[in-house]
Write a protein that binds this ligand. Structure first.
Ligand SMILES: O=C(O)CCC(=O)C(=O)O
Length: 262
């Protein structure tokens, strides 16, 4: 199974509409892939807080229209990164969208851990409450977004629900790039899963982005890694490697659950 991550360069000189069309054509070109992944909030930029209200869209809004068509045209599973979702009650969420190769929306995931402490996303957006897995023919995806990467208990829950490939779109800042690279590999090693971590490139709202999207295998080996600019990386995933890794090194079996509080 071939996975490709499109590390979109987010530059505020480019309009949201132009970027949607440009990224859709990049997705359409990935006909050799089975699964394509985009970053967090690539239409607007994860740190462009002042634009969140203006670009907020319903689940079947403009990004959905364009990405659904792009997935269908390419015939790929598409994790279309995330958008600012305006829910029916007016609340805003950072919501990831997943499409099947026929262009149907297979799942959406509202980011559970909002970034910013008492500022930015944490004050502007609502928090998701539901971990989400998506069953593909070859593997089951576990969904998480950016800051979620710092919370291993979410990933354990996804793995317990059957996730074999953890997909993490992000808009991670360059100044904490070391954490991004370390945690992406840690999530793969501790859960014995593939990790597809797709960030943005460039600089937006004055925040230099880390890029360095990465594909990690269940043994923690880096199969492909991007630089800082817009770039597409790809790798072959072997769904059987997850079971093989867990068989030869059965660390998940050795978990001790329900210990008393010290
Ligand atoms: O945790 C971090 O250092 C970055 C998180 C972030 O930028 C986000 O969730 O948007």
């Amino acid at each position: 199974m071939r996975a490709s991550l499109i590390q979109v360069g987010v530059d505020q000189q480019e309009s949201v509409n132009s970027r949607r069309e440009r990224v859709a054509s990049l997705v359409r070109a990935q006909t050799a892939s089975d699964l394509v992944v985009l970053p967090e909030l690539w239409p607007v930029g994860a740190f462009a807080f002042e634009a969140f209200e203006e670009v907020a869209e319903p689940l079947d809004g403009p990004t959905h229209q364009v990405m659904s068509a792009a997935a269908r045209d390419a015939g790929v599973w598409l994790h279309a990164g995330s958008v600012i979702e305006r829910a029916a009650d007016g609340a805003l969420y950072n919501t990831a969208l997943v499409y099947s190769p026929d262009g149907e929306r297979a799942a959406h995931y509202r980011k559970i851990h909002r970034f910013g402490f008492d500022q930015g996303e944490a004050t502007l957006l609502g928090a998701g409450t539901e971990p989400v897995t998506v069953a593909l023919p070859e593997t089951t995806l576990g969904l998480a977004t950016c800051y979620d990467l710092r919370f291993p208990e979410l990933f354990r829950q996804l793995v317990d629900a059957g996730a074999q490939t953890l997909v993490i779109p992000a808009g991670w800042p360059e100044r904490r790039r070391a954490h991004w690279s370390l945690l992406a590999r840690a999530r793969a090693v501790e859960n014995q899963t593939y990790v597809l971590a797709c960030g943005t490139g460039g600089t937006h709202a004055g925040v230099e982005q880390a890029g360095h999207s990465v594909i990690v295998d269940p043994w923690g080996e880096v199969l492909a890694e991007a630089g800082r600019d817009e770039e597409i990386i790809s790798a072959e995933l072997d769904p059987e490697l997850i079971g093989k890794t867990r068989h030869v090194f059965p660390v998940l079996r050795d978990r001790v659950l329900g210990l008393p509080t010290p």
